[in-house]
Design a binder for this molecule. Structure first.
Ligand SMILES: NC(=O)c1ccc[n+]([C@@H]2O[C@H](COP(=O)([O-])OP(=O)(O)OC[C@H]3O[C@@H](n4cnc5c(N)ncnc54)[C@H](O)[C@@H]3O)[C@@H](O)[C@H]2O)c1
Ligand SMILES: O=C(O)CC[C@@H](O)C(=O)O
Length: 527
């Protein structure tokens, strides 16, 4: 039974999926301190948070069973990603579910700051009927500058076009083609600063975007510009904004997010009549909260059940088309890794993964992770597809990827070579239409083995009667042979036998096998 801990205000309807799962129990705890969370986290397989809970390295160190941290939302700046990756904890987010909610809040903020709605409301409910102070501006024919043209930025652009605005966008990943398609002009940050009547930011907070709008940009701006931040505190320099309001450049600003949340009581935004603020409400709609909780719950279930998942933040994203091609190979890749990892003794120095045939044109990075996971799992605890590459690197295991366009025999072939100080071993496998996964080569020997169950790998000298001796010894110890494959270099030369058995071969029987004079080695591999 998997235990899931739900923190922060995550929609109950959204986590219904987890509540309904027969293999999951869900506990909800709101407002725990770091120490309180550390005291209980070792009990849980999954942790679900919004932006309030800071998932620190200390918490992850105490989280001995934790497989996944699910963030019901986009930003993962409250989760220590490096600490999670080191420990093999998958961090997933729900990137799509709150796009529209945040886009609509941005628009609400833009209209509020254009027409001073919160200020007018305050006066009116205070008994004043002031129709002179609040003369606003229209959006039509105004220029909107958008920094960050991802999900939310693009939705804002679409709506701005409908309002008759001219839109200039800045995003390093925005191509001219795409900009043209959505009717956006491309501009630099400084061009946007100089031309826009409204500026809204929709980037993540990174080293590049921190204070991307600061004093030098305010100095370029037209008098009367209005500024909106519904993305992350710190993208706009708060103090420089206050100065720009005081100097009359900025006519108004609307902020949903702050450099420090919640802001201190003396924060200069909180008593400035030209700045309107909301308490990080971008994603706070019924729909968005259901969406993100459903998305994150689905992913958490996949991860707990070892099923393929998307939206991992601490692993590179994989496009669906690549995923569809690779997915059938994940199991094969992991088994090849497990197989070869058990054939050698001593520290692994190099893993060479070679692809030929169908996989040559595909981004095989996700599959490499499964293979390396399989290899390392023999030596290390807690290795998974998130930390496999990281663990290989920290242990100085060189991972080499090769591709060859020609496979003489198979339409697809994955081979894994393992090098230690004294050994070099190879295993190769394929997916055969109608037969599924097969191991088709071990070292230089062609074989045909379904990689399941108990495998006995025997190295021996090709001598008459050896097969019978092995069969008799296993049979007399009640180990039934299901299949047997034999390969040899030449008559009388070195050879291998691969047997699948109906049950595991006891250690003492393995020892008796090794003591047969023709036998060099016998190893049981579990894959
Ligand atoms: N206020 C809220 O409650 C709320 C809700 C949802 C999202 N957000 C925040 O909104 C922001 C945008 O979310 P999204 O879902 O659109 O993300 P997204 O990843 O779809 O888009 C972000 C865009 O920013 C661009 N970008 C990155 N660095 C840049 C740079 N230096 N200059 C210009 N552009 C840059 C990226 O290329 C990307 O296109 C994030 O910071 C997210 O955390 C806030
Ligand atoms: O959980 C929230 O409300 C914050 C959402 C938002 O900041 C996000 O990054 O998704």
């Amino acid at each position: 039974m998997y235990k899931v801990l739900v923190m922060d205000g995550i929609s109950d309807l959204g986590i219904q999926l987890l509540n309904d799962a027969a293999d999951v129990t869900v506990e909800k705890k709101i407002g725990l301190s770091e120490d309180e969370l550390i005291a209980i986290i070792a009990d849980y397989d999954a942790l679900l948070v919004r932006s309030q809970t800071k998932v620190t390295e200390k918490i992850m160190t105490a989280a001995s069973k934790l497989k996944v941290v699910g963030r019901a939302g986009v930003g993962v700046d409250n989760i220590d990603l490096e600490a999670a990756t080191k420990r093999g904890i998958v961090v997933i987010n729900a990137p799509d579910g709150n796009t529209i909610a945040t886009c609509e809040l941005t628009f609400a903020m833009m209209m509020s700051v254009a027409r001073s709605i919160p200020q007018a409301y305050k006066k009116t409910v205070g008994g004043e009927w002031d129709r002179k102070t609040f003369v606003g501006v229209e959006l039509r024919n105004k220029t909107l500058g958008i920094l960050g043209m991802g999900r939310i930025g693009s939705e804002v652009a679409k709506r701005a076009k409908v309002f008759g605005m001219n839109v200039i966008g800045y995003d390093p990943f925005l191509t001219e083609d795409r900009a043209e398609k959505i009717g956006v002009k491309l501009g630099t940050v400084n061009e946007i600063a100089a031309q826009a009547d409204f500026i809204t930011v929709h980037t993540p907070l990174t080293n590049e975007t921190r204070h991307i709008i600061a004093r030098p940009q305010f100095e370029l701006m037209k008098k009367g510009v209005r500024i909106i931040n519904c993305a992350r505190g710190g993208i706009i320099d708060e103090m420089a904004l206050v100065e720009a309001i005081e100097s009359g450049i900025v006519a108004g600003a609307a902020f949903d997010v702050f450099e420090e949340e919640p802001p201190r009581a003396e924060h200069p935004f909180l008593n400035n009549p030209k700045i309107i603020v909301t308490p990080h409400l971008g994603a706070s709609t019924v729909e968005a909260q259901e969406n993100v909780a459903i998305d994150v719950s689905e992913e958490v279930l996949h991860i707990l059940r070892d099923e393929p998942f998307k939206n991992a933040v601490n692993m590179p994203p994989v496009p669906a088309v690549v995923m569809n091609k690779l997915q059938p190979y994940f199991n094969l890749g992991e088994k090849l890794g497990q197989f070869i990892g058990q054939t050698t003794e001593g520290a692994v120095q190099e893993i060479i993964i070679s692809y030929s045939g169908d996989l040559v044109d595909v981004d095989v990075n996700p599959l490499n992770r499964y293979i390396v996971k399989g290899v390392l799992a023999n030596q290390l605890e807690g290795v998974n597809i998130v930390n496999a590459m990281h663990l290989a690197k920290t242990r100085d295991v060189n991972v080499v990827i090769q591709k060859s366009t020609t496979s003489k025999t198979f339409t697809n072939l994955v081979s894994v070579t393992l090098k230690t100080k004294n050994e070099e071993r190879l295993v190769a496998g394929t997916l055969l239409a109608g037969y599924g996964e097969r191991i088709v080569q071990i070292d230089q020997y062609p074989v045909d083995i379904a990689p399941h169950g108990n495998l006995l790998l025997i190295s021996h000298n090709d001598k008459p009667g050896i097969i019978g001796k092995v069969g008799t010894l296993l049979g007399s110890n009640d180990v039934n042979i299901a299949t047997m494959q034999v390969g040899r270099k030449g008559v009388g030369g070195s050879a291998i036998m691969v047997l699948t058995t109906d049950k595991s071969t006891p250690k003492e029987v393995l020892q008796q096998l090794v003591e047969l004079p023709e036998l060099i080695n016998a190893k049981e591999l579990s894959i």
